[in-house]
Design a protein around this ligand. Structure first.
Ligand code: COA
Length: 415
């Protein structure tokens, strides 16, 4: 089967998480991704959070599937010359170095344009132009600066970062979309362009409902779906909303049977207006269907705490999976709090390719997350991440280097 991005060649100058997320996705969509790594050490994540001594970490393997690896010292003039050759043969250069690193290497936009005016140069940076443009940024910094941390957690606790890597992987996803759009535009313009996805911007984009709420708060002084309503106080900024639903349908995390010993024996329960009568029937509170205090969504907002406490009395009588079975019969929106262990063992996720088992020559078998985008005409086959420099000779031979030239570059420590 052909792939959506067949024929697109990516010069992957990325490291750590944000950039590699982007290029892995492009590889899954069919692009030929050539990962350029430092001689000897490679992407720093190869050696970080190692669970097996001397073996590429899961951190690295799970972000670099379907790529080819070339080692190249781009700070040496001979290495830069090799890089120039790669630039001429590729469609997109993707990088997420600290601000200015590419320029310091002499790989400026002008230089790239001269070599290949069709090249798209795509970058992740922590911040866009402004006071923090020169800062190095990691995941949690982006979560904090993008508005996620101040709006996550509980009212009486400090700001909280989330386990979802919205700063790194979230930005990588944004960048991938920008690259595909730039490739599309190049079909008519014939030109490459710069694509920038700042991590702060990507996090803020994912937090846009909170900027919505900031404006609602400034106008009305209150927000009825927040746990601070009706008993607590609102300040000048959007508060932390605990586990309340961010939308117009109130929701909460409720205990299920076994919660005393199992930290994940919980269910997320949404009191969607359309199924309110069904909810009342299921929990045995049929009187609430017509009771003025509970009959309308607006009235219920005044009583969310007692409502969820009553529903929780019901959910605590069964496991989260038993509760799911009952609630799904009535189309009541709900979801189990799944642990990573439960997700890893879920057969249906294996069947859809969402969780994939991969075999690696030095690590053996491990689990990874497959392509979350499923396409009917561009199937994803997840293949293992490359060993450091595994494809150096193959790639350089492909671009015209002779065996003697490779030997020379190797002697000089360039590859
Ligand atoms: N050959 C020779 N040198 C190379 C090289 C190669 N193949 N690849 C990278 N380098 C050099 C760079 O040129 C840079 O050198 P310089 O500092 O002399 O200019 C150096 O390696 C390190 O690059 P840098 O990006 O500064 O790495 P770092 O480990 O110090 O910082 C980050 C890591 C993530 C903080 C930083 O890259 C960053 O802020 N990136 C943008 C935001 C981002 O993506 N953050 C999320 C990461 S998940």
């Amino acid at each position: 089967m052909s792939k959506a991005l067949d024929g697109v060649r990516i010069l992957d100058f990325t490291h750590v998480q944000s950039g590699p997320t982007c290029t892995q996705l492009l590889a899954w969509l069919g692009a030929d991704v050539i990962k350029v790594e430092r001689v000897g050490e490679g992407d720093a994540t190869r050696g970080q959070l190692r669970d097996i001594p001397g073996v590429d970490s899961l951190y690295f393997t799970m972000l670099n599937h379907n790529k080819r690896s070339i080692t190249l010292d781009t700070k040496k003039p001979q290495g830069k010359a090799v890089l120039d050759t790669l630039i001429k043969h590729c469609d997109v250069l993707v990088e997420n170095f600290a601000p200015g690193a590419l320029d310091r290497m002499g790989i400026t936009w002008e230089h790239i344009q001269q070599l290949n005016p069709r090249m798209i140069v795509a970058s992740v940076k922590g911040f866009g132009p402004g006071p923090y443009a020169d800062c190095k940024v990691y995941e949690n910094v982006a979560q904090c600066a993008g508005g996620a941390a101040s709006t996550t957690g509980f009212d009486d606790g400090p700001p909280l970062v989330t386990g979802a890597q919205i700063g790194d992987s979230g930005t990588g996803l944004h960048l991938a979309l920008g690259i595909v759009a730039a490739l599309f535009q190049r079909n008519s313009s014939g030109r490459g362009q710069k694509v920038l996805a700042p991590m702060q911007d990507a996090v803020l984009n994912l937090c846009r409902v909170k900027l919505r709420d900031q404006q609602r708060l400034e106008r009305t002084g209150t927000m009825h779906e927040y746990p601070q309503y009706p008993d607590g106080k609102f300040g000048v900024a959007v508060p932390r909303a605990g586990n309340s639903s961010g939308g117009g349908q109130p929701g909460s995390i409720l205990k299920c049977r076994g919660w005393e010993t199992d930290p994940n024996a919980y269910i997320y329960f949404i009191t969607q207006a359309a199924v309110w009568p069904a909810i009342c029937k299921v929990i045995g509170e049929e009187g609430w269907i017509t009771d003025d205090a509970y009959a309308t969504p607006a009235a219920r907002l005044l009583h969310l705490k007692p409502i969820f406490a009553r529903i929780e009395k019901w959910t605590m009588t069964m496991t989260k999976f038993e509760a799911m079975e009952v609630l799904n019969q009535y189309d009541i929106p709900c979801g189990p709090i799944l642990s990573m262990q439960e997700i890893a063992r879920e057969p249906s996720l294996r069947e859809t390719g969402t969780i994939v088992e991969v075999d690696h020559p030095t690590r053996g078998k491990y689990l990874t997350v497959g392509n979350p985008i499923k396409m009917s005409d561009s199937a994803t086959e997840v293949t293992r991440s490359p060993l450091l420099g595994e494809h150096t000779d193959e790639i350089l031979t492909q671009f015209g280097y002779s065996a003697a030239q490779l030997a020379q570059l190797r002697t000089e420590g360039v590859i």
